[in-house]
Structure formats: structure tokens, C-alpha cells
Design a protein around this ligand. Structure first.
Ligand code: DX5
Ligand code: ZN
Length: 219
């Protein structure tokens, strides 16, 4: 199975966003990762459904929305209507995670749950059946360009083992500090997908970005 790369436009040049999205398509990366921050759950603020609705006109690639916001259930409908294909909420931000995951699926979308580096996998074990995408944070959320936290590797391996044991069917995705040098090793540990922000967008030409994706996907 081909692994998936989801470039995060958090690190893109927003003055030239149409070019940046076209460049994701050309590179061979398969999803567009959208980092939504509210300034409460994380110490940073980005964009919301209004911007996503406009971005939706630029590409048919799946939109992988990562909600780093408090009370995410209140905003699911807006993100669904804006054109997201996958919506991921943080386990730490939602007291009623099972209800929210079901609610995301009620729009016909894939439901994701993100876990901060300090949150154990046991936070989602009881509802693993209902989760389509497990987003394991490999940095503390809030900013692009941080270093990968190696303690999370054990969680990747456990989440992958749960799939092998038939206890989960989730797509395991990683978020933070994944780059040219470590991506292939992380896929080998059990990740199915990974976000890539600075590693992708710090390469300025389409050729360099394509070279990165070709390398990490071992194409
Ligand atoms: C961090 C975000 C990430 C971020 C990753 O809060 O969730 O998606 O953009 O950026 P890099 O790949 O630069 O660590
Ligand atoms: Zn993210």
C-alpha cells in the first residue's frame, strides 16, 4: 500500500496560495492538511471555514482538517460545509469524543482523533472502531518547524499492532517534525500517512518538492 503525504499549508506562502496548492498536486502528495488553531487550545491562531471554502475551489485533493480548537463539535458542520473530507478533533479538547466522531461521520466524512504527545493511546481504545484516522502528534501542536519527539514512536507501534490484532482499522497519520530523513523509517514503524509542513514548503521549487515526495514515498 502506498503511504500518504499531507503537506500542511501552515508553512505555505499565503500570498501565492493557488500556486502552493498546485505545487502539492504536482509533487505527488495526496492530501492537503489544514491546521486550524483557535488561540485557546493552542497558543496560535490560523484560519477557519471561510478560507477553506475558498481553497476548495483550487483542488480536488482531499482536505484533511486538523482542528486544534476547544469545543470542536460546535464547528463540525461549518467545516463539513466548507468542503473538508476528513475532520480530526483532539481527544484533549472534547469531553464527548464518541459523540463528536459519530457526528463527523454523519456528514459522510472520515472522522479523525488527534492525540498530543503526552496523551496515551488508551484515550481512544474504547472507541477505536469508530475512528477512521488516528493523528499522532509528534510535536506539541501550535507551530510548524518543530523537532520530532521520539517518545511517540512507541505509540505508533502500539496503534499499528491494534490494527494487526483486528482492534482498529484506522489510518495512522503523524504530525510534526517529519522530513526527508525520518519519514521512511516512520512508515516502517507502522504509520500509513504523515503530515509535512516545513519539510515540504521550505523547498521552493516544484522539482525539489517532487523529489522529496518521490523519496519519502519510495516511488
Ligand atoms: C502543528 C501542526 C502541524 C504542522 C507540522 O501544530 O499540527 O501540522 O504544520 O509542521 P512541521 O511538518 O513543520 O512540523
Ligand atoms: Zn496538523
Amino acid at each position: 500500500m502506498t503511504n500518504i503525504i499531507a503537506p500542511s499549508i501552515l508553512s505555505a506562502d499565503f500570498t501565492n496560495i493557488a500556486h502552493e496548492i498546485a505545487s502539492i498536486e504536482k509533487s505527488g502528495a495526496q492530501w492537503v492538511h489544514l491546521d486550524i488553531m483557535d488561540g485557546v487550545f493552542v497558543p496560535n491562531i490560523t484560519f477557519g471555514p471561510f478560507i477553506i471554502k475558498q481553497l476548495r475551489k483550487l483542488t480536488k485533493l482531499p482536505f484533511d482538517a486538523h482542528l486544534m480548537i476547544e469545543n470542536p463539535a460546535d464547528y463540525i458542520e461549518a467545516f463539513a460545509k466548507a468542503g473538508c473530507d476528513m475532520i480530526t478533533v483532539h481527544a484533549e479538547a472534547d469531553r464527548h469524543l464518541h459523540r463528536t466522531v459519530d457526528y463527523i461521520r454523519s456528514f459522510g466524512l472520515k472522522a479523525g482523533v488527534a492525540l498530543n504527545p503526552a496523551t496515551p493511546l488508551s484515550a481512544v481504545e474504547a472507541i477505536s472502531d469508530s475512528i477512521d484516522l488516528l493523528l499522532l502528534m509528534t510535536v506539541n501542536p501550535g507551530f510548524g518547524g518543530q523537532s520530532f519527539i521520539p517518545q511517540v514512536i512507541e505509540k505508533i507501534e502500539k496503534a499499528s499492532q491494534m490494527k494487526k490484532d483486528g482492534k482498529a482499522h484506522w489510518t495512522i497519520s503523524l504530525d510534526g517534525g517529519v522530513n526527508y530523513d525520518n519519514a521512511r523509517e516512520l512508515f516502517a514503524k507502522g504509520a500509513d500517512a504523515t503530515v509535512m509542513g516545513s519539510a515540504f514548503f521550505s523547498r521552493k521549487s516544484d522539482e525539489e518538492r517532487t523529489e522529496l515526495i518521490t523519496h519519502v514515498l519510495n516511488l
